[in-house]
Ligand binder design. Structure first.
Ligand code: ZN
Length: 293
């Protein structure tokens, strides 16, 4: 049993409209699901991804207008990296881009409107310049060995690079987790502009249940299987402090609207549907992106 790669990453944003404009407009991702935070239905939950909303391309946000900014630091995912076939034209497209190189790949670093750190990594695979999904994620950790062991011995990742205090691990699907070992780093705190958790894929519900048992048997404080409407989830904190989730590929985002209609209307899970009128009344008004550009 191995983890194929990243399923989705969830972060906290400030202003919902600004977040929506940046990720669909500037970065060209698709809003694949517009729903609410199931644990706090007074706020949105945005899911951005590729055209089909495939696992491995999904970045989700809880936009909390007026919430406190977080502090980036250890115990957190501090950089989200997107894969692009080519970086051509991107330096002009994103704000204050800084070009660099890492593990032999061209990288463009920048931040989103809430200060969350992002990167585009040139893969040279495929055509065009648009984002194809995650290239990976960087976790800042006070130590790294226990997390490295979880990735290699449990998840089935391969150690694929090392550069100073940076250790890279590759998933079977090709995306990476990079551990940045910062023993003197300040611990991060949750808030606007920080990553909330990183979710990894399980191909089926059966495999997912097996992961729940395995993670529990390893001594992690893992949650029961939770229904997230578009996937099933378990959560646990990895040894470096980052909240990890394992999420199922099925049923996916086309379970309550067609592929063509993904993200065009507010969707609620069955248990919140009776309260739709109240929920819509309380949510901030939004201008949704137009597709078919
Ligand atoms: Zn999640």
């Amino acid at each position: 049993m191995t983890i194929p790669g990243i399923h989705h990453i969830t972060a906290i944003a400030g202003d919902p409209q600004r977040n929506l404009y940046f990720y669909t407009g500037t970065l060209g991702l698709r809003l694949v699901k517009l729903t609410v935070n199931f644990d706090d239905n007074g706020s949105y939950h945005f899911y951005f991804g590729d055209a089909e909303g495939r696992p491995g391309s999904i970045l989700t946000f809880f936009p909390w207008p007026g919430a406190y900014p977080g502090r980036q630091g250890t115990g957190q995912a501090t950089v989200i990296s997107f894969a692009v076939p080519s970086l051509e034209g991107w330096a002009e497209r994103v704000p204050d881009a800084v070009a660099g190189r890492r593990f032999d790949r061209k990288v463009l670093a920048f931040a989103d409107p809430d200060g969350m750190r992002l990167e585009l990594v040139e893969t040279g695979v495929g055509s065009g310049t648009e984002i194809t999904g995650f290239q990976g994620v960087t976790l800042s950790e006070a130590g790294y060995e226990a997390t490295a062991r979880l990735l290699t011995d449990t998840f089935g990742y391969t150690a694929s690079g090392e550069d100073g205090n940076r250790f890279q691990f590759s998933a079977p699907a090709g995306d990476v987790v990079e551990l940045l070992c910062q023993p003197d780093g300040r611990r991060g705190s949750m808030g606007v502009g920080t990553v909330h958790h990183v979710a990894f894929r399980a191909e089926t519900d059966e495999i997912h249940r097996a992961w729940q048992s395995k993670i529990k048997a390893l001594g992690f404080n893992v949650t029961p299987v939770l229904d997230r409407q578009y996937f099933h989830s378990i959560y646990f904190r990895e040894p470096g402090g980052v909240l990890f989730e394992i999420a199922t590929d099925p049923p996916g985002f086309a379970t309550d609207e067609s592929l063509a209609e993904l993200g065009t209307a507010l969707k609620l899970p069955p248990w919140l549907e009776p309260a739709r009128e109240d929920i819509e009344e309380r949510l901030p008004k939004l201008v949704l992106p137009k597709y078919g550009r």
